[in-house]
Design a protein around this ligand. Structure first.
Ligand SMILES: [Zn+2]
Length: 202
C-alpha cells in the first residue's frame, strides 16, 4: 500500500479496481474526510447518500455496510471501521457554505477540492454533490432538525473500504474551521494499493 497525506483543506482522487481496498485515516483525531465515488466507466453513475440510506435503512453506516450509486448498485463496502460515527446527511462544504456558515469567505470547500482533484479523471464539478462524510458527527433532534457536533474519532482511527466495481474515488480533508472539525482543520491520510496514480490539488 502507498500512504498519501492530504494536507489540511485539500483533496486527492484515484482509480480503484473492483475488489481492491483502500483506507482513510484520521492521524490527529476529530477531522472529517469527505468521500465521493464514481463508476469508472460511466461517472454520471456515482455514489448517492440518499440511495445509500435507502438501501441500508439507516442514516449512519459502518463495518459491513455498503455505499450505493445513483442507480442503486453497490460501489464501496466498509470492511473495517475504528470510529463508527460518519455522516450521510450533509452535502460537502463549498465556497458558499464556508462563507455563509463558517465566516470563511473566498476559500475552497470540500466540493471544490474534490472537483479539482477529480479534474484529471474528467469528472466535472456538477457531478460532485453527494458525499460520505467520514468521521463527521451529525444529529437529528426532535425527529426534525439536523445539527453538526464534534467528531468522536481518535488519532489513528481508520476506515477501510473495498471496491464493489471499478471506481474513481476522491477524498478531501474538510475545510470547515468549526465544530465539524473540532475547531481546527487537520490532515487526512489515505492508503491506496501499490501502483495507484494519485491526483492531488496541492
Ligand atoms: Zn468540508
Amino acid at each position: 500500500m502507498i500512504e498519501q497525506r492530504i494536507p489540511e483543506k485539500r483533496g486527492i482522487a484515484f482509480r480503484i479496481d473492483d475488489g481492491d481496498t483502500f483506507e482513510v485515516i484520521d492521524p490527529r483525531g476529530r477531522q472529517v474526510a469527505d468521500l465521493v465515488a464514481f463508476n469508472a466507466d460511466a461517472p454520471t453513475e456515482r455514489f448517492s447518500s440518499k440511495y445509500s440510506y435507502r438501501r441500508n435503512s439507516k442514516v449512519r453506516i459502518t463495518t459491513g455496510d455498503t455505499l450505493y450509486t445513483t442507480e442503486g448498485r453497490e460501489i464501496l463496502t466498509i470492511i473495517e471501521d475504528d470510529c463508527g460515527v460518519h455522516d450521510l446527511l450533509y452535502a460537502p462544504c463549498n465556497h458558499w457554505v464556508l462563507d455563509d456558515y463558517y465566516d470563511q469567505p473566498d476559500e475552497n470547500g470540500c466540493r471544490e477540492n474534490l472537483s479539482e482533484a477529480l479534474a484529471p479523471l474528467n469528472v466535472g464539478e456538477e457531478l460532485v454533490h453527494s458525499t460520505l462524510n467520514i468521521f463527521m458527527k451529525s444529529t437529528i433532534a426532535e425527529q426534525t432538525y439536523i445539527d453538526i457536533r464534534e467528531p468522536v474519532s481518535e488519532p489513528g482511527d481508520t476506515v477501510k473500504f473495498c471496491a464493489e466495481q471499478d471506481a474513481f474515488v476522491a477524498i478531501s480533508s474538510c475545510a470547515g474551521e468549526s465544530v465539524v472539525n473540532a475547531g481546527e482543520t487537520k490532515p487526512i491520510d489515505v492508503c491506496v494499493p501499490d501502483g495507484t496514480e494519485v491526483h492531488a490539488n496541492f
